[in-house]
Design a protein around this ligand. Structure first.
Ligand SMILES: C[S@@+](CC[C@H](N)C(=O)[O-])C[C@H]1O[C@@H](n2cnc3c(N)ncnc32)[C@H](O)[C@@H]1O
Length: 235
């Protein structure tokens, strides 16, 4: 169930809808169902539909995936990777590069996947808890300098959550592609903003296309201003 229009709150719609579905004999669950009923309330008109949950932004009641904060979490950005892995599964990783790593949430999660070597690249500080993880090396530099510098080595996974305009993010990913081992994986967020986001998304994917084949492209609940792309290197 979706957006709020004026004073109408989602709960006001959800309850009568639930009652109608149950009365009609449907079994209604909060998440994990193969089909989802969606309602979008507009100023002048509203639309409702039913579709495959796999095609939706979220199959949770209220359109949200609720992930709990934990004390070991170092950034809210961690939710973005957690949500992604709940959708596509977590990769197996032994070595990784995290571009735009500070304060270190994604590095922490990638470490939790079993990576024994992670290059965390960011001019800004890493949380001391992340700095202390075995196998994590902080490179206090920009992504461009790291990728073209002497410390860059082949890896299974590149993650990139840099705060950067989309075409520069795409350019950086193309520069970084030779670091990925064949069969490796890239996960990147494009910060689209509000200025013609569809055009920015299309242009970014086009820029990445010579080096990567995208396998997942979607806005996630935890980063609606961003486009999350999972891609495989073409080499
Ligand atoms: C959204 S934060 C990353 C959060 C991180 N994924 C986490 O989970 O903690 C974006 C980061 O990109 C970094 N950044 C921006 N431009 C960069 C560049 N050219 N090279 C490396 N890092 C950059 C910023 O310093 C910032 O720390």
């Amino acid at each position: 169930m979706g957006q709020r229009a004026g004073a109408v709150r989602p709960g006001k719609v959800r309850r009568p809808l639930l009652e109608a579905l149950i009365d009609s004999g449907a079994r209604v669950v909060t998440s994990g169902a193969p089909r989802t009923v969606s309602v979008c309330l507009g100023e002048e008109r509203s639309t409702a539909g039913i579709g495959a949950s796999a095609d939706g932004l979220s199959d949770w009641g209220g359109g949200r995936m609720r992930l709990a904060s934990r004390k070991e979490q170092v950034s809210r950005a961690e939710f973005k990777l957690e949500e992604l892995f709940s959708l596509v599964g977590a990769p197996e990783v032994t070595s990784a590069v995290d571009l735009g790593a500070s304060p270190g949430g994604w590095t922490r999660i990638v470490h939790g996947l079993g990576a024994t070597s992670i290059d965390a690249v960011d001019p800004a500080d890493l949380d001391p808890r992340v700095l202390g993880l075995p196998g994590v090396t902080h490179h206090r530099t920009t992504a461009g300098e790291f990728v073209n510098g002497p410390d860059a080595a082949p890896v299974d996974l590149i993650v990139n959550d840099m705060r950067m305009v989309p075409h520069l993010t795409a350019h950086t990913m193309v520069e970084a592609a030779p670091l990925l081992r064949p069969g490796g994986l890239a996960i990147v967020t494009f910060k689209l903003g509000t200025n013609n986001p569809v055009k920015q998304a299309d242009e970014s994917l086009d820029l990445m296309a010579p080096a990567y084949e995208p396998v997942f492209v979607r806005q996630l609940q935890h980063n609606r201003q961003e486009l999350t792309v999972v891609a495989r290197p073409r080499h």
